[in-house]
Design a binder for this molecule. Structure first.
Ligand code: FMN
Length: 195
């Protein structure tokens, strides 16, 4: 597959240029850069502006790095060990309404918007991201001592793109941008929805 993706309709290049590589250099990421990604997430829209997203991170080589690597399944650990940072994406499943914590039905939807902002800001800043749900959610819950009203959504690897040769052999062939379903299979006018 070539690295050139084509859009069906005109969009800003950042949308098609973002993809999720697995070959990463493992180089250090400074706080200024990392927090500019969290800043992008901070401005995501959310129902009632509740901002249910939470992020817990470890940087490559930090005291908690090995613990964070253990949050990943074996497959993801095989390549994400060369990330610069691993970010656990959490969401608060309840929100305060009339002084009571009630279920927030859009906690995952809103947190998805926040993660997308991280991915796009990273792309704009010359970094790459790779979302993962091949993770051990119960281990994360236990290690981070999460209260019951917090959900583990995903872990995101952040890094600089590296040479394919750092990847286990089977993954080298897959290291290129993938395609998308045509819009006709995703978007429906009026009552024309098709499953
Ligand atoms: C929530 C989520 C979970 C994902 N889980 C994994 C994963 O566990 N391992 C992996 O290698 N890629 C994972 N991916 C990457 C997707 O396969 C990838 O985003 C998708 O194929 C689209 O490709 P692109 O991001 O390169 O455009 C995940 C992506 C998302 C958004």
């Amino acid at each position: 597959m070539s690295e050139a993706r084509s859009a069906q309709y005109p969009v800003d290049a950042q949308f098609v240029e973002r993809w999720s590589p697995r070959s990463l250099t493992g180089e250090a990421i400074d706080d200024q850069t990392l927090f500019s990604l969290f800043e992008a997430a901070r401005w995501a829209p959310s129902a009632f502006n509740v901002q249910p997203w939470r992020f817990s991170y470890a940087k490559q080589g930090s005291d908690s790095w090995d613990t964070y690597l253990e949050f990943l399944n074996d497959f993801n650990r095989s390549w994400a060990k060369n990330a610069s940072a691993l970010v656990v994406v959490l969401s608060k499943t309840t929100s305060l309404s009339a002084e009571q914590e009630v279920e927030n039905p859009s906690h995952s939807f809103d947190t998805g918007a926040a993660w997308a902002s991280i991915a796009l800001q990273a792309q704009l800043s010359g970094w790459v991201t790779h979302g993962m749900t091949g993770i051990h959610k119960e281990k994360i819950r236990e290690v981070l001592a999460l209260p019951g009203n917090y959900a583990v959504e995903a872990v995101v690897a952040i890094g600089k793109r590296g040479d394919k040769s750092v990847l286990p052999e089977g993954l080298q062939a897959k290291e290129s941008p993938n395609e998308r379903r045509p819009l006709e299979e995703t978007v429906f006018e009026g009552l024309g929805f098709k499953a």
